[in-house]
Ligand binder design. Structure first.
Ligand SMILES: NC(=O)c1ccc[n+]([C@@H]2O[C@H](COP(=O)([O-])OP(=O)(O)OC[C@H]3O[C@@H](n4cnc5c(N)ncnc54)[C@H](OP(=O)(O)O)[C@@H]3O)[C@@H](O)[C@H]2O)c1
Length: 167
């Protein structure tokens, strides 16, 4: 099973501000939905609760949520108290590519063991409070997936790239 991180990241590595995404990029949301659909997705409890209630669990995907709270419960999701148990659950279900969808705490703890990164590079310097971890670009082969210009509904331009680990 491949373990893939998927994230949208500003030039200064910001991924979140005040518990939310600091931009609205519908074409990137569409890429995220198409890429993760049909797969297991693993996320931190904070990220899960930042998704508006009417959109969660994210449909067409098995939602795995990681929390240290033993009493946390919600319908329609798989809850684990360690990241390793969540990853192992997806593996046991026969998943071929698990998507780790954030947020910052979860990316930080999983990037060292990731096989792939799908990163949307948002062309902006953003004032935020949650960051994507730094990584060594020489450890990855980069493939360009798409470019999107700034327009009426996208407040920033962005490039989507896929990084495949070579070391
Ligand atoms: N730009 C992007 O692509 C993107 C993607 C996702 C999220 N985001 C943004 O990121 C922000 C949320 O990220 P965050 O770093 O604050 O939180 P997070 O990573 O989503 O969740 C953190 C929580 O996960 C649980 N957790 C983390 N590590 C754990 C471990 N080893 N074992 C058990 N439980 C663990 C804990 O839950 P409990 O407190 O319940 O114990 C912890 O409080 C939001 O602003 C969101 O919009 C951005």
């Amino acid at each position: 099973m491949k373990v893939s991180l998927i994230a949208a990241v500003s030039e200064n590595r910001v991924i979140g501000a005040k518990g939310d995404l600091p931009w609205s990029l519908p074409a990137d949301m569409k890429f995220f939905s198409q890429t993760t659909r049909g797969h297991h997705i693993l996320m931190g409890r904070v990220n899960y609760e930042s998704i508006p209630a009417k959109y969660r669990p994210l449909p067409g995907r098995e939602n795995i949520v990681i929390t240290r709270q033993k009493a946390f419960s919600e319908e329609g999701i798989h809850i684990f108290h360690t990241i390793e148990e969540g990853i192992e659950y997806a593996r046991q279900q026969g998943e071929k590519e698990l998507f780790i969808i954030g947020g910052g705490e979860i990316y930080r703890q999983t990037i060292a063991n990731a096989d792939r990164l799908y990163l949307t590079h948002v062309h902006a310097q953003i004032d935020g409070d949650t960051f994507f971890p730094e990584f060594d670009a020489s450890e990855w082969r980069v493939e360009e997936i798409a470019h999107h210009a700034k327009d009426d509904v996208h407040n920033f331009s962005f490039d989507i790239k896929m990084y495949e680990r070579i070391f």
